[in-house]
Design a protein around this ligand. Structure first.
Ligand SMILES: [Zn+2]
Length: 143
């Protein structure tokens, strides 16, 4: 199958090609460049993104936003949670946010709040303090 990857642009009727194209995300005057795979119009610059590409763009935006806002980014949230030895579901139950919260933070589809970010930072630096929270896995009883 060697199908030519073009289609007409819905905006201007120009030729759209399916390719990796220079793109950027911006937040509060800061921008970050990335390459995004999708349909790009060679005439007007319109793009049509789907699935994985759309998601990668959202994640890049959240990473930038996290940096500007001074909170943990998606991969840092995952690293902190793993340090605590918690599943995503368990982390949401113990630290707050609900069963799907950490899945969203780590996938880059939802920004972590400032308080959650700071709580994770403190706990990741001193994981044994997790035991002070209700619902946390208990360490073996000391005899
Ligand atoms: Zn166009």
């Amino acid at each position: 199958m060697s199908k030519l990857k073009t289609q007409p642009c819905p905006e201007c009727g120009g030729e759209m090609r399916y390719e990796k194209h220079a793109d950027e995300v911006s937040y509060q005057g800061h921008t970050r460049k990335l390459k995004t795979l999708g349909w790009w119009c060679s005439k007007c610059g319109e793009s049509i993104l789907e699935g994985a590409a759309l998601h990668a763009t959202e994640k890049a935006f959240l990473e930038l936003k996290a940096e500007i806002d001074g909170v943990l980014g998606p991969d840092e949230v995952a690293a902190a949670r793993e340090r605590l030895g918690l599943s995503q579901r368990r982390a949401g139950a113990i630290l707050g946010g609900g069963p799907r919260a950490f899945q969203k933070y780590e996938a880059g589809s939802q920004a972590v709040s400032v308080p959650m970010s700071r709580l994770l930072t403190l706990l990741a630096n001193d994981p044994k303090r997790l035991q002070e929270l209700p619902g946390a896995p208990k360490a073996a009883k000391r005899g």
